[in-house]
Design a protein around this ligand. Sequence first.
Ligand code: ZN
Length: 141
Amino acid sequence: MTTQFKKPSPGITPETKPFWDAAKRNEFMLVKCVGCGFYRNPVSITANICPECGSRKPGEWVKASGKGRVHTYTAVHRTFDPSFEKELPYIIVIVELEEGPRFLSNMRDAKPEDMKLDMPLEVVFEKVSDEVTVPYFKPAK
Ligand SMILES: [Zn+2]
């Protein structure tokens, strides 16, 4: 039985669909520029232009390590969206991925008092519906 996902769903676009398809396979993918090798945050692509070298060639999807470190974070104690209330307090984190890009996510297996800047993290996947599996991050073992 599938529980219905009550939270706002990620806006899956044709440009980001490979990322979400990979997440369903529990793989964390990034886009690598074919011109200069720069890794891009796949869910922030609004135009297919490399921010490093300006290449307009489509990047190639590559499997990433799924590892990174805490760049910054915030603990949320009140939410305007009732669908998040059960998780309060929850932690929003910007992960500096091993490959370079920063990735906005939520923490799993951590309390606000556990969080430290530069703390090593690893990706963990949660299937929230048949269509969507969300990558979150947890403290690395
Ligand atoms: Zn480039």
